[in-house]
Design a protein around this ligand. Structure first.
Ligand code: PLP
Length: 486
């Protein structure tokens, strides 16, 4: 059931605004609330359970009054047997959707074999996963390799890169920042005739090459180091003082880089596509200028691809197909790598890895046999060429439908959809509206996320199908129609 809408375009480049009339159709099929959340509609057993839990659970999230219980593919169910299309995928995590049978089988198999053994010993899977991440980076491009780079033969002494396995995104970034600090100090020491091995030497300790540069609207995590480069006062201010020596620049501002990144800078961290900060994409020229400036001052360039990487942007890394003069020294990843089982990782060029000697970093859980085996399986499936093609098909269908919405609802939406692949943002003119739409969509059976100040974010599972995309956008169109009239 579609209604015909009359759209009036005002062309701003004409001195006297020119009006044109077009006919478009948007869905009005889902105007009615099907999944109500108001207090009187929440079943008594659910409100009682939530009230009991709230006495015990630290209250850092504003959650809707539903309790999720299980899922299948892109669909997730609550304990009242209501079904939702999960277009949030656990905040860009469940790349293969929910309840994937192969993953469950592998998880069961590995759980009965060996769950954890610590990093004091080798396990069967951590090394296999590290090799796969590096080989895929060579095949698909990234970290200084153009796509199609030959994978090193087993007789070569090094693959050219190394992987450190951690537990989460923030921990991967925390590690990357530590790498940058150590590399900065080591490089400064060598340049000044001091041995980096002599790390108690006061001269080594007084190295000025410790500054870190990050950008506005960034989100890198909540631990003290990652938080210090997450330039959002809401997250930072209550926890200050943060780690010293962090400078924040304007995203995509090339001119400012010369002043921002200096000889004292040891590392620069940036998301090629910002997720939480509002789905903003770095320009190729900005990334190239960053690479150039980092090379000029011998600083480490870190790309945080925790949300945009691992095929969410349509390629392995959001930077995979960019010219190699835009590539970083370190890539951090997490979220979808094990489809929801916690795992983060730092991928770094050998030149950086050499500074990280035995004992310089560590973790108890990171790279456990179960996490590494699951990630190996997930990554093998995500990297299958037919899977990548289907991600790109879904991405162009979703962006095609979303990009028509500003034309249909010009009073509500800014003209352009932001993002890349299956990380897309729909920007609103009124900053309270992303929250309103997200709630309205949920009350009609679709889970969405907001991003930054002004956007609704779309990060569905990477195996979402075209019918599911159509359902999500039909619900959004219906909700926008209701909002427009309100
Ligand atoms: C780009 C980016 N970096 C880092 C993080 C932090 O990851 P985690 O929540 O796994 O610690 C996030 C989480 O949303 C993220 O989107």
């Amino acid at each position: 059931m579609y209604r015909v809408r009359t759209i009036v375009h005002v062309h701003p480049w004409h001195s006297a605004a020119r009006l044109s009339v077009r006919f478009n159709s948007t869905s009005s099929k889902y105007t009615a609330v099907t999944h109500p959340e108001d207090t009187s509609s929440v079943p008594k057993d659910i409100s009682n359970t939530l009230a009991r839990h709230s006495k015990h659970v630290l209250n850092t999230y504003a959650r809707p009054p539903i309790i999720l219980s299980h899922g299948k593919g892109s669909w997730i169910y609550d304990t009242s047997h209501r079904k939702y299309l999960d277009f949030s995928s656990g905040i860009a995590v469940n790349a293969l959707g929910h309840g994937d049978e192969q993953l469950v089988k592998i998880m069961n198999e590995q759980a009965s074999k060996l769950i954890h053994s610590s990093n004091v010993f080798h396990n069967e899977w951590a090394g296999e996963l590290a090799e796969l991440v590096i080989n895929l980076t060579k095949r698909d491009g990234g970290l200084g390799w153009a796509s199609g780079t030959q994978v090193s033969s087993s007789s070569e002494p090094t693959s050219g890169a190394k992987v450190f396995l951690a537990n989460s995104g923030t921990e991967a970034n925390e590690g990357a920042l530590k790498f940058a600090r150590k590399v900065g100090k080591d490089r400064w020491a060598k340049a000044n005739g001091i041995s980096p091995a002599d790390y108690t030497n006061p001269a080594y300790l007084s190295s000025p090459k410790t500054k870190i540069v990050a950008f506005d609207n960034a989100f890198h995590g909540r631990s003290m180091g990652s938080l210090s480069v997450t330039s959002n006062p809401k997250y930072q201010a209550p926890f200050a003082p943060l780690i010293p020596g962090v400078e924040i620049g304007a995203y995509n501002d090339i001119e400012a880089l010369e002043r921002l990144i200096t000889e004292d800078t040891c590392g620069v961290i940036v998301e090629p596509v910002q997720g939480e900060g509002g789905v903003h994409t770095a320009s190729t020229d900005f990334l190239r200028a960053l690479r150039k400036r980092c090379d000029a001052v011998d600083a480490v360039l870190i790309f945080d691809e925790i949300q945009c990487g691992l095929y969410r942007s349509g390629t392995l890394w959001a930077h995979s197909l960019l010219p190699i003069d835009c590539h970083p020294d370190i890539v951090t990843m997490a979220k979808p790598i094990a489809n929801g089982f916690p795992l983060g990782a730092i991928l770094t060029r050998d030149a950086i890895a050499e500074s990280m000697t035995i004992g310089s970093h560590g973790t108890t859980f990171g790279g456990s046999p179960i996490a590494a085996r699951l990630a190996h399986h997930v990554l093998s499936r995500l990297s299958d060429p037919s899977f990548i093609s289907s991600v790109n098909r879904s991405a162009s269908h979703l962006s095609g439908r979303l990009s028509r919405l500003p034309t249909y609802f010009p009073t509500l939406l800014h003209p352009y959809v932001r993002g890349k692949g299956l990380i897309l943002g729909l920007p609103f003119k009124n900053e309270s509206h992303p929250g309103v739409l997200t709630k309205m969509a949920r009350e009609r059976g679709v889970l969405l996320l907001t991003a930054g100040q002004d956007a609704v974010r779309f990060v569905p599972s990477l195996n979402v199908n075209l019918e599911e995309i159509d359902f999500a956008v039909d619900v959004i169109e219906s909700a926008l129609g209701v909002m427009e009239k309100a």
